[in-house]
Design a protein around this ligand. Structure first.
Ligand code: SF4
Length: 221
């Protein structure tokens, strides 16, 4: 895995094109250049079943109106927030979920206080927050040593190692390989996400263009 990490550094321009910006360990910019934990959390709610480009437009719009902060949103009602989210799939449901989550954040002394590994179960108990969302925001908005289990990670790791890995096994395998290191977790997650999006398709992966081709067993099968 350390080899994948060094290859990711070497090819960070490719990852940037997929929305992953290799940055300082405790920067928010990893998440497509965002500058706050609030925007990462908002986009994590909005992106489910929606194109990332549409999500970025909504985040920019909220920013222009001074609404890209959960504690500000907590004081809005659905009628005020909903029009900003209209371009997002399932915007009515997502409006409700964001409002509830924002109020939950406010009641729990703010986002920074809540985004701690010991609060994972509490975060997971919120409407619309699955394991992938919870772990992604804990890692990238809270800088906690949690590795999200994603389909991209499962697929790339399985193909690179030549072993069929189950999605729920991903975090433990990564942790055993590199320890619980926030920076390494971010690089690996960004690499798997970027490679999955750009090259490692379910059918007909583009191995000849992928920067893991020399370390990937699938490419030599
Ligand atoms: S070399 Fe091919 S199979 Fe291996 S990670 Fe890259 S795209 Fe996937």
């Amino acid at each position: 895995m350390n080899k994948i990490i060094s290859l990711a550094y070497e090819h960070r321009d490719i990852l940037k094109d997929t929305g992953w910006v290799i940055s300082e360990p405790f920067s928010f910019a990893w998440w497509d250049g965002f500058d706050s934990a609030d925007k990462i959390v908002l986009s994590a709610f909005l992106v489910q079943m929606t194109k990332w480009e549409s999500v970025k437009k909504v985040i920019n719009l909220l920013e222009q109106k001074g609404l890209a902060k959960l504690e500000v949103i907590a004081d809005l009602d659905a009628r005020t927030l909903e029009p900003f989210l209209k371009s997002i799939n399932f915007y009515k449901t997502k409006t409700q979920r964001i409002l509830k989550f924002s109020r939950f954040i406010k009641e729990n002394n703010g986002l920074e206080n809540l985004l701690k590994i010991e609060n994972r179960a509490l975060i997971l108990s919120q409407e619309g927050v699955g394991e992938e969302t919870a772990d992604s925001i804990l890692l990238f908005a809270g800088h906690q040593p949690v590795f999200p289990a994603t389909e991209y990670s499962r697929r790339v790791m399985s193909r690179v190692t030549g072993e069929e890995i189950r999605k729920r096994e991903v975090p433990k395998i990564v942790e055993n390989g590199i320890g619980r290191d926030v920076l390494k977790f971010k690089i690996l997650h960004a690499s798997f996400g970027g490679i999955g999006k750009a090259f490692c398709f379910q059918n007909e992966p583009k191995c000849n263009r992928c920067f893991l081709k020399h370390v990937c067993k699938y490419n030599y099968r």
